[in-house]
Design a binder for this molecule. Structure first.
Ligand SMILES: Cc1cc2nc3c(=O)[nH]c(=O)nc-3n(C[C@H](O)[C@H](O)[C@H](O)COP(=O)(O)O)c2cc1C
Ligand SMILES: Nc1ncnc2c1ncn2[C@@H]1O[C@H](COP(=O)(O)OP(=O)(O)O)[C@@H](O)[C@H]1O
Ligand SMILES: [Mg+2]
Length: 155
């Protein structure tokens, strides 16, 4: 898919607070500025890749880009669920991600339970994909060790 792998970093901001409360799956939302900086022709949908908060460890992640049709959001969001248990929230911190592969389009669902189980399947798919040697190597990319602000797309 065009644009992939896509490297991106930016501040974690507040969303609607539904990820943890309603879904039990927190998502670190990027600021509007970061969302607008995305290529306009990058497909909305669900992706997998690697993520790191501040200069912490690099973890597997799943990402949602779009309008969350189940909730009918008016503004596009880019949200990362990091497959790791954190001790605390990290609002205001810099999140660095590399988006590697596409999983599926965004969908509407008949129930909250159906949305949750779709996301859980995405997480399992991401875990499997990211164990492949060609995907593991991006975990070690210099992008995750560069000083903040240096965006390394197309390097
Ligand atoms: C892996 C993943 C897949 C998702 N798939 C969908 C989807 O198919 N449809 C949808 O409406 N929202 C989807 N979402 C977005 C959730 O609805 C969203 O993360 C949730 O509403 C939390 O929003 P908040 O950060 O504003 O609280 C997905 C999120 C993740 C992390
Ligand atoms: N594993 C994780 N992945 C993403 N965010 C996490 C994780 N663990 C804790 N968080 C925190 O939870 C917040 C997201 O929770 P969420 O309910 O989606 O709220 P919001 O709607 O404000 O984005 C993140 O901004 C981050 O501070
Ligand atoms: Mg969120």
């Amino acid at each position: 898919m065009r644009h992939l792998p896509y490297f991106c970093r930016g501040e974690v901001v507040k969303g609607f607070g539904r990820g943890s409360k309603e879904l039990g799956i927190p998502t670190a939302n990027f600021s509007e500025q970061v969302v607008e900086s995305f290529p306009s022709d990058i497909s909305t949908g669900i992706y997998y890749g690697w993520a790191c908060v501040g200069n912490g460890d690099v973890h597997k992640m799943v990402l949602s880009i779009g309008w969350n049709p189940f909730y009918k959001n008016i503004k596009k969001s880019v949200e990362t669920h990091i497959i790791h248990t954190f001790k605390e929230d990290f609002y205001g911190e810099i999140l660095s991600i590399v988006i590697i592969g596409y999983i599926r389009p965004e969908k509407n669902f008949d129930s909250l339970e159906a949305l949750i189980s779709a996301i859980q399947e995405d997480i399992e798919e991401a875990k499997r994909q990211l164990d492949l040697p060609e995907h593991l190597k991006l975990k070690e990319d210099n992008f995750f060790h560069l000083p903040e602000g240096k965006i390394a797309n197309n390097h």
